[in-house]
Design a protein around this ligand. Structure first.
Ligand SMILES: [Zn+2]
Length: 712
């Protein structure tokens, strides 16, 4: 289960300095121009108009450049306060405007906002460059960096000095002027292509929905699913039924649709969504992005883009990431081969007379699951009513482990009427954060699920975290309850793990706060939090029938538990395949010609023995938005890397008495509250008492016992 979190746009992000130049009359028409007066300085969505964003973002860039200029040209010798802390305080308006904008553009967009996004993307890239490639500013940062040991800084300030210096060097601050110009050009081109990719993909995904005039092809779906498909058609003002695509290769309804032709069509719609040789075909865009990124890597002194990108991550080199994947892939594909055999046996038993194809996997796997574990998702869903899972599962586990409590607030504005806002309190009753939920799928929402910050925590600026979780759960027909699948339940726990990481942030500086950590660390708290979804003491508390409030029968619960490692060969293989694609696109040599994406993809997967007819990658290159449209380029392996951390961390809890308050508080204190204020490897090892081990991952993901001797 891979999830997105919103990319942090500004390493130098910032919030409490008063706006310098805002006239009161302007502020009265554009709410972004003044600090929010709402509790926790949260976003006044009710007052924002589509036309407010672009002027506020542009004014914010201009304002920050002025502030940066003043810092760079300060005649006084550099100090922590007049340079690094001053940078940390700069850009308040820009941060406020982009937080509000990207919240809406990601989850609640429209053609106007899409246009704003494509206009500002290259400008924001240029803005970052104007800061990181400012030679006078870099001189001051560099001077402080060189004196850092004699400055007697507190550990977090020392970390900020080191981190800031590293980011400057990473961004190209050491380049000569001509190379800097070249880099700026590359960054703008890449940003613009990347925006183009996102816009095309959103349209391509919408266009590739399955549409049918009559309900015969929908055989196998429940009445509620069919009503939802009819509602989706109505929303689009078309006749009949519409099944929209999710952003992954596999589609949720393929588990239930009994007509093989429908499944094949939906699968092919998904697989080919962005390869239709029309205006929304992304192939040319991604080959160009890959080529420009390779050139960027070279310009910055690295053999390829990935080497540059991973330099500041926990893994540090593409080789380390590839080696790690190389350890998992054989175990995963061997397990997937066993699963495929079980599935083919069911197909043959029924004398269906065909070879297993990817569009058959889910429905027949579900039959294997039923035969082996007698587990049916439709039996399970009535026990997972959405709000109940949130209150009595997700919140309950957090109260158990961390003592925090939640109180719904109806007085704060939202951008969609179905959102909810909760105020979160510490065990001692002190206010901690605001937590928003935006759970239902909409056509104007990006696919997947993610966590974002409306406001970042910083003691320097006196801000507490304001956090949102966005998902794409199926919206029920009017009057029907929202029933989640067991995957949805895990997604909810996952995103809430990010939310905890954001809400427990306790840093001086926003740059080092909460989820602003390395990509191969940031998915650790979220994947770790998934574990409590089936932990008995938590599970029994929320898994109750929405009509009768009866607890889930023990046999059914036991089946879910037993089936936890079910299909893990497939799951892990599709994930490793996607991660390999990402890494191979981004280890292309700078001299490599433009690639033909389909050929490249096939060759890349064949080379790593991951080209498997029945297990396509979780994302195909042409709709792999993590790596082309958001910040996960050369970083998708991070999901697997952080699985290792999550599983290893869970193992620690198992060995130390489970999710007790004492264990929770220790984890909060030593890991979740620390953001990026310490070296992450050290931070982890200090909490764990050892280096992370891959063994719990192989064990908990069901890849250990049955794969021995079968891997190659
Ligand atoms: Zn995540």
């Amino acid at each position: 289960m891979s999830k997105l979190i919103l990319p942090t746009l500004f390493l130098l992000a910032l919030m409490t300095t008063p706006v310098l130049t805002t006239a009161a009359d302007q502020a009265s028409t554009n709410p972004l121009l003044a600090p929010s007066t709402l509790p926790y300085q949260t976003i006044p969505f009710d007052k924002l108009k589509d036309g407010d964003y672009q002027p506020a973002i542009e004014a914010g860039m201009a304002e920050q450049l002025k502030e940066i200029d003043a810092i760079a040209n300060n005649p006084a010798p550099p100090t922590l306060d007049n340079t690094i802390v001053a940078m940390e305080k700069s850009g308040e308006l820009l941060q406020r405007a982009t937080s509000a904008f990207f919240a809406q553009a990601g989850a609640n967009t429209n053609p106007t906002l899409e246009k704003v996004r494509s206009v500002i993307a290259p400008k924001l890239a240029a803005h970052r460059d104007a800061i990181f490639l400012n030679p006078k500013l870099f001189q001051r940062v560099s001077a402080l960096y060189k004196q850092r040991d004699s400055l007697k800084l507190d550990p977090e300030s020392l970390r900020l000095v080191e981190y800031t210096h590293k980011e400057f060097v990473h961004a190209g601050a050491n380049l000569n002027d001509a190379d800097k110009e070249q880099l700026k050009k590359l960054n703008e081109q890449i940003a613009s292509l990347s925006e183009g990719f996102s816009t095309k993909l959103l349209a391509a995904t919408k266009d590739s929905a399955f549409v049918t005039m009559d309900r015969a092809p929908l055989a196998g779906l429940t009445e509620a699913d069919i009503t939802a498909a009819a509602e989706a058609a109505k929303a689009r003002k078309v006749e009949g039924y519409v099944i929209p695509l999710q952003n992954t290769t596999q589609q949720p309804d393929l588990v239930s649709l009994t007509k093989r032709t429908t499944r094949e069509t939906i699968f092919k719609n998904s697989w080919e969504r962005a390869e239709r040789s029309n205006a929304n075909d992304t192939r040319e865009t991604i080959s160009k992005i890959a080529q420009l990124r390779a050139q960027k890597g070279k310009l910055l002194g690295f053999p390829n883009f990935a080497a540059w990108k991973i330099e500041d991550q926990m893994a540090r080199t593409p080789e380390a990431a590839l080696e790690f994947m190389g350890k998992i892939a054989p175990a995963a594909t061997a397990r997937a081969a066993v699963e495929a055999k079980d599935i083919q046996a069911v197909i043959d038993q029924q004398k269906s007379g065909f070879q297993l194809q990817p569009w058959d996997w889910d429905i027949y796997a579900d039959q294997v699951r039923k035969a082996k574990y007698d587990l049916n998702q439709e039996q399970v869903k009535p026990y997972f009513e959405m709000n109940n899972v949130l209150q009595n599962g997700v919140f309950y586990a957090a109260t158990m482990m961390y003592g925090i409590t939640f109180k719904e607030r109806k007085d704060l504005p939202v951008y969609d009427p179905e959102m909810h806002v909760y105020e979160v309190f510490n065990a001692d009753g002190s206010p901690l954060a605001l937590f928003y939920t935006d759970y239902f799928k909409r056509d104007n929402k990006q696919g997947g699920a993610w966590m974002g910050n409306f406001v970042e925590q910083s003691k320097l600026k006196g801000t507490k975290p304001v956090v949102v979780n966005v998902c794409n759960f199926a919206k029920p027909a009017p009057g029907e309850p929202a029933l989640l699948t067991s995957d949805d339940v895990r997604t909810m726990f996952h995103e809430f793990g990010h939310a905890l990481h954001g809400m427990f942030a306790n840093s001086q500086y926003a740059t080092l706060s909460g989820t602003n950590t390395a990509r191969d660390f940031v998915e650790f708290p979220s994947q770790f939090n998934e574990y409590w979804a089936d932990y008995p003491a938590v599970f029994q508390h929320f898994a109750k029938h929405y009509k009768t409030d009866e607890p889930m029968p023990a046999e059914l619960a036991e089946k879910i538990k037993k089936s936890r490692t079910f299909n893990k060969g497939y799951d892990m293989t599709e994930l490793v395949a996607a991660a390999e694609l990402d890494m191979q696109w981004h280890t292309l040599a700078p001299t490599a010609p433009l690639q033909q994406p389909d050929e490249f993809e096939k060759a890349a997967l064949e080379k790593t023995k991951l080209w498997i007819s029945y297990v396509p990658p979780r994302y195909r290159s042409s709709y792999f938005s993590h790596i082309w449209g958001s910040g996960y380029s050369a970083g998708y392996y991070a999901y697997l890397w952080t699985q290792m951390l999550a599983d290893d961390a869970y193992q620690w809890f198992v060995e130390h008495g489970g999710p007790t308050r004492a264990n929770g508080d220790r984890f909060r204190e030593m890991v979740l509250s620390r953001g990026n204020t310490q070296d992450l490897e050290t931070l982890y090892e200090k909490w764990r008492g050892a280096k992370p081990s891959i063994e719990p991952m192989l064990k908990y993901r069901g890849l250990q016992a049955e794969t021995g001797g079968n891997g190659k």
